[in-house]
Write a protein that binds this ligand. Structure first.
Ligand code: ARG
Length: 588
């Protein structure tokens, strides 16, 4: 369906044309003087030069040619030549009626749906999921959902880090602790045990221990590097250990992502790219892109217009081991082969920007992707604590995601029980649902590229620009609708009638913005736009609610109209939070 803004622009463009001007001047924007009007058209100002005429004369002509427009209740010329506009209440009510039956609530479905792969999450196997991976999961999930809503084919890939030094470190530490394990016996030819020689908690203790040792003990580090290399070469005992590490850790990761309401279509990993590496490297050599530099194999990726030094992209280390860049390049080869995507979007910490500049340039230069295939990087900022430094535990350690979630849920539980509107047995479940909204909204309401402060007190508050406030608003709407039905009302009866007061009209106008908001949030990879939008809608709803008697309205048709408007508001808010990746409870 056509958006309200487009319908208004159509009217104005026709009037510009009738008055003898170019119709393209008929653009309409939201008013920057809400005290005077709801929308405005600045076309006469823009056209003044071309027509060598005072802008207000053009504006006068246009308004005279608007005639008795069904769209506007007011079209007024103000000096020096703006056209101030207000929408006709009847027109607005009709628009919302159409929106309510539109499957996509006025979002225009993608004309040519694209295949878009999103690389997000990116946890490293065997390391506990920490808050650093939280943002990628939250932002990526939201962009995925929004893209799908618009009608694109979006494939989410978790791209596990399973091929790097951390694997060599764990193998090395295990070897030191239990050298008698068959995995380390080179003469062993039998089947390896199906049971892992460690549990997830042991695994989580082994990695930091090994990582600590490797920082002070040169020999230990070299051993781990060697183990990594042997693993990458496919040494059977190490592959068997790798399998155990994967099984134990992926089970744990899936549970964590489930709790976050984040899901992936593909559980691919760095190692899946391994089979593509030899051919890719060979081709890059043959084509003359890859050359040896101090034993290592590199591809130049600097460009003339660079203002800072972009070092060559390293393909293989001098010992032949592959690197982070190598697996990322080979993963592109695999993705192109399996999915032929129109775009690959990486949602990764912005501190990895240089890595992606190198990878993208190398992929283009060596022809791994078609010219029209987009490679995009959404680099997000750091989640900081109140001290402005990266978020840590109270003791100053790395905060585990699970603990962060537990802390928030506990705080939410306390607040909900304090409110006492929910029976105790529900409070636990409710705290989890509301807690997730606090975390996700707290994150997504900031522009992704910026650092932000994770403020537990603020994020869990029921007031202000927070997830719990949005949920509170939805729950309020649900409870009015429930009461209406309990009192014998038919929630499907009636239709939306013209607004009866300013706050109702304002709510209606806000609702019309849904389509444009979702489209631009996706276009600009900016979930924060959806947050800002639903905050406005919630505020508009709450003002309307405070100023209007809904259930005690005596006129039946009017009461039904309020109910239909509430239903649409709930639909817009619930669809929006689903795009952000959380949901609302029935009560709070
Ligand atoms: N595992 C990486 C990390 O923790 C993030 C992976 C991002 N995706 C990618 N294709 N490089 O830093």
């Amino acid at each position: 369906m056509k958006k309200l803004m487009e319908q208004m622009a159509d009217e104005l463009s026709a009037a510009f044309e009738k008055a003898g001007y170019d119709p393209s001047y008929g653009k309409v924007t939201v008013s920057n003087r809400p005290d005077l009007c709801e929308f405005q058209c600045n076309g006469a100002m823009a056209g003044a030069k071309a027509y060598k005429k005072a802008p207000f004369m053009i504006a006068d002509d246009v308004v005279a040619n608007l005639g008795n427009s069904p769209v506007f209740s007011m079209a007024e010329v103000v000096k020096p030549g703006f056209i101030n506009l207000k929408v006709k209440e009847e027109f607005l009510a009709d628009y919302l009626e159409q929106m309510a039956v539109d499957e996509k609530l006025s979002v225009t479905p993608a004309e040519t749906p694209k295949t878009i792969m999103i690389d997000y999450g990116g946890p490293n196997v065997a390391k506990p999921l920490h808050v650093g991976h939280l943002r990628s999961a939250i932002i990526g999930e939201s962009i995925k959902r929004t893209g799908r809503y618009i009608g694109h084919k979006v494939i989410g890939d978790v791209h596990l880090g399973d091929w790097g030094l951390q694997m060599g470190l764990i193998i090395t530490e295990l070897k030191h602790r239990q050298p008698e394990l068959v995995y380390f016996d080179d003469s062993y030819t039998g089947e390896y045990p199906s049971e892992a020689p460690f549990t997830i908690s042991e695994l989580e203790e082994i990695y930091p221990c090994a990582s600590g040792k490797s920082k002070t003990d040169e020999e230990y580090r070299n051993e781990a590097l060697e183990a990594t290399h042997l693993l990458q070469q496919g040494k059977p005992g190490y592959m068997a250990l790798w399998n155990h590490i994967m099984n134990v850790s992926v089970t744990d990761l899936k549970r964590n992502y489930d709790n976050l309401n984040v899901s992936f279509d593909l559980w691919k990993k760095e190692s899946d790219a391994q089979p593509y590496i030899p051919d890719m490297v060979e081709k890059m050599k043959e084509q003359g892109f890859a050359y040896e530099d101090q034993g290592a194999l590199v591809v130049d990726v600097k460009e003339e217009s660079d203002t800072k030094e972009i070092p060559p992209c390293m393909l293989l280390k001098s010992d032949g081991a592959s690197l982070y860049t190598t697996t990322d390049l080979a993963t592109i080869v695999e993705r192109v082969k399996l999915f032929d995507p129109d775009e690959i979007l990486y949602v990764v910490d912005k501190r990895q920007e240089l890595h992606f500049i190198q990878v993208f340039r190398c992929a283009r230069k060596t022809g791994l992707v078609k010219d029209e295939t987009k490679l995009s990087f959404l680099g997000f900022g750091t989640m900081n604590g109140k001290d402005g430094k990266p978020f840590k535990t109270r003791e100053g350690g790395v905060m585990r995601l699970e603990n962060l979630i537990a802390d928030i849920d506990e705080e939410m539980y306390r607040k909900i029980v304090e409110n006492r509107s929910v029976k105790d047995k529900d409070a636990d479940e409710t705290a989890k649902i509301v807690g997730l909204s606090a975390i996700k909204y707290g994150d997504l309401s900031n522009q992704a590229t910026k650092d932000y402060i994770f403020d537990v007190d603020r994020f869990t508050s029921f007031e202000g620009n927070t997830g719990p406030y949005i949920l509170y608003t939805i729950v309020r709407i649900k409870s009015i609708l429930n009461r209406f039905v309990e009192e014998g009302g038919d929630a499907d009866a009636g239709r939306i009638l013209p607004a009866v007061n300013e706050s109702e009209k304002n709510l209606m106008l806000q609702l019309t913005g849904f389509g444009a908001t979702v489209e631009s949030a996706f276009e600009e990879k900016a979930p924060h736009k959806i947050c800002a939008y639903i905050y406005e809608v919630s505020n508009a709803f709450n003002s309307f609610y405070h100023e209007t008697k809904i259930l005690s309205e005596a006129n039946q048709a009017q009461k039904e109209s309020f109910i239909q408007l509430l239903k649409l508001t709930r639909e817009v808010l619930e669809t929006s939070i689903d795009l952000l990746g959380f949901s609302a409870p029935d009560r709070m």
